[in-house]
Design a protein around this ligand. Sequence first.
Ligand SMILES: [Zn+2]
Length: 693
Amino acid sequence: MKRNHLTTRLCLTLCLSVGLLAFYGTSARGSEPLEKASISFRVAPSVWSDDARFEQMLDMFERHPGATDEITFFTQTTHAPISDEELERRCEILQKRIAQVHERGLRSGINVLCTLGHHPEDMSQVIGPEYPRAQTIDGVVAQATLCVNNDIFRDRIRRIYGAVARTGADYVWIDDDVRTGHWLDSVGNSGSFCFCDACMALLSEKFGKATTREELKEKLGDPLTLTVIRQFASDSYDKMFALIEEVVHEVDPKIALGFMTGERYDEGYDFTRWAKTLEGPDGDKEVYWRPGGGFYDQYWMAGLFDKTQQIGRQIALLPPEVKVIQSEIENFPYQPLKKSAAITTLEAVSHIGAGCTGAAFNVLTMNEEPLDEYERFMTAIAKRRPFMDVAVQKLGRAPNVGVLPLWNKNDGNYTNRTPVQTLTAGIMETGIPVAFDYTQPADVLLLSRNYLDHLRPEDAKELFKKGVYLDNDALGLANDPGTYALNDLTGMEYGGVITVDGIEKFTSHPLNGRFGGRTRDLRQSFWRDPIFALHLTRPGVEILSSCVNYEGETQAEAIVGIFENPLGGRVCVNGYYPWSNFYNYPKQAQIRAIMRWLSKDRLPGYVESFGQIHLSLRKPDENGRFAGIAINANYDAEENVAIRLKTEKDAITVYDYDCEKRAVSATDVDDAGYKLFVIPEIKAWEAALIVVE
Ligand SMILES: [Zn+2]
């Protein structure tokens, strides 16, 4: 059932209004060109604390010009906060290291790994018990995570960030321990935002009455309570960021401050606010951002793109003046064969496609060993550096455009993070570009029940003036007579469930092109996902797929349907594995055709030929110039990669992965103005840069 909560709804309404304003205004985002990618290497104490190894690293970078622009020093390897004295001692060494890096012509800075502390490790070195620890709602004390809301902690911030700022650093990074969800203890129980006595007193003020942990725990499922806690978390971190900004810029106003994020909603997802705070009261200080996520090995390659999509969402709401956005590329625990140099490099390129302007490689050793085995990473990155530089030049900070998987930063927690990711991942695999910024207008919306669940009826209705792709679950809620009752706009309703032997059969509808009559069998006897038949409730619904059994008998006339509703919106309901398994040509082609139809031919472009090409595209400027990246996410090279683009230009420029540039002329233009450009080849796990100018 729909959550009946005023605050959440008000928040979403506000966000929707912002979106509409953005629709009518013009965005200045991405207007300033960037010269090149910003590449950094993060190095651990095992490298910087040893004179010989440190010199070896500098020599290696000299042999591979372009592999990095910056050397960023981790204050520590382990994740429990160390004492202020020890950190000051390390800063004395790092001051010398930074000078040595500067002598080699590179920039240098410090990454404070533990501001609050991530989790218990090497507890013999942990900061003293006089520093208040974070506590869970049950009162369990986190062994290695500090509470932010006390004067002892604030004194620590002044002391350690002051020491870090005095090293001559060009920039200072705050790591992603500034978050909820750290680990409580050595067995990995998860922590939360702090509910210590001091925090409870502050929270009580927010609630307007004295509240105990026990009372609060009872109400944790209540959206209003969660909203207040999330706001409190955001406020607490914001206050800390303001203090860090003050302390660091008091030492040197030229130091850029960077913050690392993950796709986490519990702490408020207030990236815009925090970026503004780090820019200082006058808004003139440079801020860096490092969006991250977990992709530590190459065993499951879809994980790379999952991370790219998370990163796209982390960047989407950042203010345009944040120019240095280095994706976190991490190969923890840094065994060089766990993620190849080629994939490590491609990962950076993929994230650049989603909005990053560089990368921070955290791939070198944390062990006591020489660096020889790690040189492969420097070689690979230096080789692809020209491609990354041109990509960042051409893509800039222009927002990603395409279909929009609906999400909202105020509408998230760990339980409903999965749907937006699910919505995004499968569709991207078909070569349909995806947008991340939900405040910008989009012609096609991918809708989950979880998203719809939070909307006011009038806002839900607004969605259906656009192109909407949804599954049976969301359809059920959209039609629910007690909530939205949008049957007039959806044209379809639940028409029964098929639990065994259901095979999708493509109809001879024009959107299926030459694939009418083909089948797609996802073997329900193995995966057991239900298939949902559609009951057509309004005239004008057209059927793209029906369902048959192994004898060819029809199980359901309609399992994929499309409908143009009286408001001019277009709808596609997919009842057969709606978000995944688009790996055969008929389905890939159908999904592409559906997305284009839903957009009323306003989709900016898409891949037309068969192959697993991930395509990202950016918003065109006022002269119709835009760029994008195509990545071949398969182990087969693809020849003649055909891409349809909505452009008036007759030729585009394509840079291959070696940054060789060639002009590609359109070989076809269709009635809607989509031109066809054919890239001769994209090799396996390589990228091409597409530039329209
Ligand atoms: Zn606290």
